[in-house]
Ligand binder design. Structure first.
Ligand SMILES: CC(=O)N[C@H]1[C@@H](OP(=O)(O)OP(=O)(O)OC[C@H]2O[C@@H](n3ccc(=O)[nH]c3=O)[C@H](O)[C@@H]2O)O[C@H](CO)[C@@H](O)[C@@H]1O
Ligand SMILES: C=C(OP(=O)(O)O)C(=O)O
Length: 434
């Protein structure tokens, strides 16, 4: 087993570089399935366990995938005959694997994908994905833990999403690229990662317009081909380091972070009294001695991102006074708060709102991550706590953060990642970088 051990109290200082976005690269990797000709060449690929998982799934589907971990590039060739079936083994650990469904169906007229797994933050149904694909002429059956769809050929349709689901928008958008006729999707997700995917699709020969607005139009084309693309920066990783600076009275320049993608977080940090400056070099964040309490409510983009909810909670706990945190996107994303209670956090939860009582005098403890962003939040809490914090279940952290403890150590944190035996004795420092 591995764990991260943090001795809290350091004021983080310096600059940190942000990786390509997990939530952009995963659907873009899946989009490679649409190219019957040429290679999709990607730069700024984050080296994460989710990326390895998506690549393994694509390899199983007979896509040729070459990942260069040093150069952070990936080259994908889906010009060979593809398989239509994604078995449970390849999709069980990653929710995002469902985004192969739309491209497979569009390219092969047949897709069979096991119901995906992922972090336990909510029930995460896929009804909106399926409703959209059915409107385009897919015949969809659910059986034996699989969703299977066939079609004689997808046709353009008018689709309204009841909720601006990121995955449903991506799946339907990708399926529509090779459909006959025009598809209009309304009430779509507007996340920057949707825009990045639309840009790649257009470079691959698709005709997608409106990404980033509430309505996306896709005019179907006959064939798509490879292209070159640089994945956008990870706004959630950037946001996590912004909170790290704010929580430790630190001073961090988050290099190459895109402020435009992090407006709701920047606005909330400023409300708390954190100094945020934007420049061509990135975003500089200086944490004050005293933080103001605030109210935060997660919303689809451009609202406050649910993927920053556990991290901002740590900051709210450190603020002087009571803050509120309302989660409207996922129904079960407060599990990490019970772990923070071990570190002396005080809160109460009523419905989908947590009342966080500050200023918490956080103390080091042994805690276990319950999901990806919970892992980041527990580490942030450890940085601000008195004494030693040990965080386990690092498989969640590795889904979305590359080199996290090394990046924090380079900023002055007293943090290390170790392998321990069953008696919790340290065997060796971990060789793992992410
Ligand atoms: C790989 C990736 O990009 N993951 C992100 C993506 O997940 P993901 O694409 O799974 O998130 P969605 O936007 O689809 O889900 C948002 C909400 O809609 C619900 N829903 C979704 C689809 C559906 O068919 N039916 C339905 O009810 C979900 O249960 C959830 O409550 O967006 C989330 C919301 O910003 C982020 O937290 C995830 O990090
Ligand atoms: C919830 C997340 O990701 P996923 O949708 O891949 O589980 C996340 O990135 O915080």
């Amino acid at each position: 087993m591995e764990k991260i051990i943090i001795h809290g109290g350091a004021h983080l200082n310096g600059s940190v570089k942000i990786e390509g976005a997990k939530n952009a690269v995963l659907p873009i990797l899946a989009a490679s399935l649409l190219a019957s000709d040429g290679q999709l060449e990607l730069d700024n690929v984050p080296i994460l366990s989710d990326v390895h998982m998506m690549n393994n799934l694509l390899r199983f589907l007979n896509v040729k995938v070459a990942l260069d971990e040093q150069a952070k590039t990936a080259v994908l060739d889906a010009s060979r005959e593809l398989s239509y079936e994604a078995p449970f083994k390849y999709v069980s650990k990653m929710r995002a694997s469902i985004v192969v469904f739309g491209p497979l169906l569009a390219r092969l007229k047949h897709a069979k994908v096991a119901m995906p797994g992922g972090c336990a933050i909510g029930s995460r149904p896929i009804d909106l994905h399926l409703k959209g694909l059915a409107a385009m002429g897919a015949d969809i059956q659910q059986h034996d833990g699989y969703i299977e769809a066939t079609t004689t050929g997808l046709k353009g349709a008018n689709i309204y999403l009841d909720f601006p689901s990121v995955g449903a928008t991506q799946n339907i958008m990708m399926a529509a690229t090779l459909a006959v006729g025009t598809t209009i999707i309304e009430n779509v997700a507007r996340e920057p990662e949707i825009v990045d995917l639309a840009n790649v699709l257009n470079q691959m020969g698709a005709k997608v317009s409106g990404a980033g607005t509430e309505r996306i139009k896709i005019i179907g084309v006959k064939e798509m081909h490879g292209t070159k693309h640089t994945v956008i920066q990870d706004r959630i990783e950037a946001g996590t380091f912004m909170v790290a600076a704010a929580a430790t009275q630190g001073d961090i320049l988050i290099e190459n972070a895109i402020a435009e993608h992090n407006r709701p977080l920047i606005s909330k940090l400023e409300e708390m009294g954190v100094k945020v400056t934007e420049s061509a070099a990135g975003i500089r964040v200086i944490g004050p001695a005293k933080l103001n309490p605030i109210a935060v409510k997660t919303m689809p983009h451009p609202g406050f991102p649910t993927d920053m909810q556990p991290q901002i909670a740590v900051l709210q706990l450190l603020a002087t006074g009571q803050s509120t945190l309302t989660e409207t996107v996922f129904e079960n994303r407060f599990m990490y708060l019970d772990e923070l209670r071990r570190m002396n956090a005080e809160f109460k939860i009523e419905g989908n709102t947590a009342f966080l009582i500050g200023p918490a005098k956080l103390q080091g403890a042994q805690v276990a991550a319950t999901d990806l962003r919970a892992a980041a939040a527990l580490i942030l809490a450890g940085l601000a706590a008195e004494g030693y914090t040990e965080v386990t279940q690092l498989k969640y952290l590795d889904r979305g953060y590359y080199d996290f403890h090394q990046k924090l150590a380079a900023l002055g944190a007293d943090i290390r990642r170790v392998v321990v035996d069953d008696n919790q004795a340290v065997i060796i420092p971990s060789e793992i970088n992410n």
